[in-house]
Design a protein around this ligand. Structure first.
Ligand SMILES: CNc1ncnc2c1ncn2[C@@H]1O[C@H](COP(=O)(O)OP(=O)(O)OP(=O)(O)O)[C@@H](O)[C@H]1O
Length: 169
């Protein structure tokens, strides 16, 4: 069967980060996909929702935090050898938020990390390839990752940077 480029069904998700004062807010996923890993806050877009609306909703649901200056800073796609769907993740960053301290939810245990102490050993293997671009903020990044069946081994990846003006959509 011919594998056509772009023929995979695609699921859209968000991943949102609050970054300020040399720290980033991450959450320990307590259940489901990625359980036991630190990550940003996010999930699947609901019907009729924009990526920005979904990013705000998920961060509010998972950590009771509202982003005041959310900015789309990148997009990451994931494919897995054992999964037909491609995941497209819209990555947001905010430097202003409210209230000051997040609140733990059923899904996530939030914690602030110094930028030099991000726990990459307890995160998805792709994260160390794009976090510097998410944190840095001078370019829009696009990254693609193909994972093996073990969901740990990266078979192929690329990361590209573009002028930040692309984030204004
Ligand atoms: C493979 N490498 C990966 N690297 C970094 N982050 C990854 C990821 N794969 C998925 N993610 C993120 O993990 C969250 C899953 O969210 P997930 O719990 O599945 O969604 P949602 O909350 O809608 O699910 P429920 O159906 O409500 O449980 C979501 O932020 C998504 O961006």
């Amino acid at each position: 069967m011919a594998a056509q480029a772009g023929a995979r069904p695609r699921k859209e998700l968000t991943n949102a980060f609050v970054v300020a004062g040399g720290r980033v807010l991450l959450g320990m996923k307590k259940r489901g996909f990625g359980e036991g890993k630190w990550n940003g806050f996010g999930g699947k877009l609901q019907q009729g929702e924009t990526a920005l609306e979904a990013a705000q909703r998920e961060l509010l649901e998972e950590a009771s935090v509202q982003m005041l200056d959310p900015q789309l800073v990148g997009r990451v796609t994931y494919t897995y050898e054992d999964m037909q769907e491609e995941l497209l993740v819209h990555v947001f960053r905010a430097t202003r938020w409210t209230p000051e301290e997040p609140r733990e939810s059923e899904e996530m245990k939030p914690c602030w990390f110094a930028l030099e102490d991000i726990p990459f050993a307890n995160m998805w293997a792709d994260d160390e390839h794009w976090y510097e671009h998410m944190l840095g903020g001078s370019s829009f990044f696009t990254a693609n990752f193909a994972f093996a069946k073990d969901h740990k081994t990266i078979l192929q990846h690329d990361v590209k940077l573009d002028p930040l003006s692309k984030t204004s959509q």
